[in-house]
Design a protein around this ligand. Structure first.
Ligand code: PRP
Length: 178
């Protein structure tokens, strides 16, 4: 698996250190708020797991599953596959994502959850790829910026693989251009 990686962008140690920093920021703001953590499957699974064990206060963990598709006229349409099981009315919500890419997924989710009268909604993402942004949405807590390359690891996949790499890396072109 590691032979398919062109280069490591952020090592396990660098990610761990950054997650500690993000967790400190979230703790300062949310320690007495009992937020709902909304993990966006499947990519955010690893990041969410790593983050919540650093958040030493009361919170509710939930998840959604969404998928993007093109409908022939418009790209970036997002569909809800699995909804929350938590009532978020008047609760602070933190959406956990692995990456903000075009932003369509997070724009869709933020709008959806706003419609349910959450007390507040913030976005915490491990990675941000600003060069690809199309939708008007930004992360509130970001681990790292990444270049416009094929990124895998820490939950991010290519064709369902590489999510379990314990670092953030760039996939070799030869892997996805075959
Ligand atoms: C990826 C990623 C984000 C989304 C970001 O999910 O996990 O949810 O794309 O892209 P966007 O900003 O362009 O909307 P994907 O649909 O690949 O599913 P996955 O989480 O199962 O990998």
């Amino acid at each position: 698996m590691n032979n398919d990686i062109e280069k490591v962008l952020y090592t396990h140690e660098q990610v761990n250190h950054r997650l500690d920093e993000l967790a400190s920021e979230l703790t300062a703001k949310y320690h007495d708020q009992q937020p709902v953590i909304v993990s966006v499957m499947t990519g955010a699974l690893v990041f969410t797991g790593e983050m919540i064990e650093r958040l030493n206060f009361k919170l509710t963990l939930d998840y959604v599953d969404v998928s993007s598709y093109a409908d022939g006229t418009q790209s970036g349409k997002v569909q809800l596959i699995q909804d929350l099981s938590t009532d978020i009315k008047d609760r602070p919500v933190i959406i956990m994502e692995d990456i903000v890419d075009t932003g369509h997924t997070l724009k869709f989710l933020k709008d959806l959850l706003k419609g349910r009268s959450a007390k507040s909604i913030e976005i915490c993402a491990l990675l941000d790829k600003p060069d690809r942004r199309e939708a008007d949405v930004e992360g509130d807590y970001i681990g790292f910026e990444v270049p416009n390359e094929f990124i895998v690891g820490y939950g991010l996949d290519y064709s369902g693989l590489y999510r379990n790499l314990p670092f953030v890396g760039v996939l070799k072109r030869s892997v996805y251009e075959n």
